[in-house]
Design a protein around this ligand. Structure first.
Ligand code: SIN
Length: 295
């Protein structure tokens, strides 16, 4: 049984095979290339909230079909600072060539997507076009479980905090990606990445009402009204806590695997352990709403 909900839901339109104790589930019996019935979409939404990460194997999708699948869950929200795939302004291609030797890989540190925005994305839809035979897995960490594992005192402290998020450490002029190390990606560093956005340290899931620890190593840079230096020790504590193994979900990709993850309740990381092999993924993100904390 998934640790995500105490009583697992039942599904009429497809089968669900849970993956890990912390979440993740394979959806069996859905062809994502075809238009989906409203009932199937409603159940996929429920499965996403229950398991945090859902995936479908052996899908054969064009970029337009992947976008159409993702639009079942809301309007698409393009990723800033990265040039989109030609002809598909809402889609980005994550590529690492077999001959790339850099230590850095795209998405290689724990993060949730685009939390530097006022309305961070609801979900990310990632499709594997080419995957290493071994390696190149993605890890997620269930941040509802991370919140629930905090002590009562720490929960109370976290609930009172506001966190400032910014893309500056990744896409700012001095950011990780500014020196064009990831040559296969089309990243455009910019001063626009220096902007900051305030979010609650604990957010409430708008569909389930569950509480989520909402920080990450990449974009959460400080607490409101504090310096980065002052914030660092407690942020580091939350970040280390949030990636504990018992909160994690791990997926091995095969070409044609289509994944949808709840970006509100999870963090993720692309494992960089496949030197000498090519990995190509197409990504679209689905618009979200403003994070809030319901006391
Ligand atoms: C990302 O969206 O951060 C990349 C995930 C991956 O490539 O596995």
């Amino acid at each position: 049984m998934s640790a995500v909900l105490a009583s697992p839901a039942t599904y009429r339109n497809f089968s669900v095979a849970p993956l890990c104790g912390a979440g993740g589930a394979e959806i069996i019996g859905v062809d994502a290339a075809r238009p989906l019935e409203a009932g199937t979409v409603a159940e996929l939404r429920r499965a996403l909230a229950e398991h945090c990460v859902i995936f479908l194997r052996d899908q054969k999708l064009t970029p337009d079909q992947q976008k159409a699948f993702a639009r079942n869950f809301g309007p698409l929200s393009p990723t800033p600072f990265i040039k989109p795939l030609d002809g598909h302004p809402e889609m980005m291609r994550i590529v690492r060539e077999a001959n790339e030797t850099k230590k850095l890989n795209f998405g290689g540190r724990w993060h949730s997507d685009l939390t530097f925005q006022a309305e961070p994305v609801l979900a990310t839809c990632l499709y594997s076009r080419e995957s290493p035979t071994v390696g190149g897995d993605t890890l997620w960490s269930n941040q509802m479980l991370a919140y629930e594992a905090l002590s009562p005192g720490m929960k109370k402290l976290a609930e009172g905090l506001t966190v400032m998020h910014s893309a500056k450490r990744s896409y700012g002029p001095q950011g990780t990606y500014a020196d064009d190390d990831l040559k296969s990606m089309r990243i455009e560093a910019s001063v626009a990445a220096l902007a900051e956005q305030a979010h609650p340290c604990v957010r409430t899931h708008p569909e389930t009402g569950r509480r989520i620890l909402f920080i990450n190593w990449v974009y959460a840079i400080r607490f409101a009204d504090m310096t980065e230096e002052e914030s660092a020790p407690l942020l580091e504590y939350f970040n280390r806590h949030s990636q504990r193994p018992e909160f994690q979900i791990r997926l091995r990709w095969t070409p044609g695997t289509l994944t949808l993850w709840d970006n509100r309740s999870t963090q993720h990381l692309a494992v960089n352990d496949y030197a000498g092999q090519r990995r190509v993924m197409d990504r679209v993100t689905i618009a979200g709403d403003k994070p809030f904390f319901r006391p």
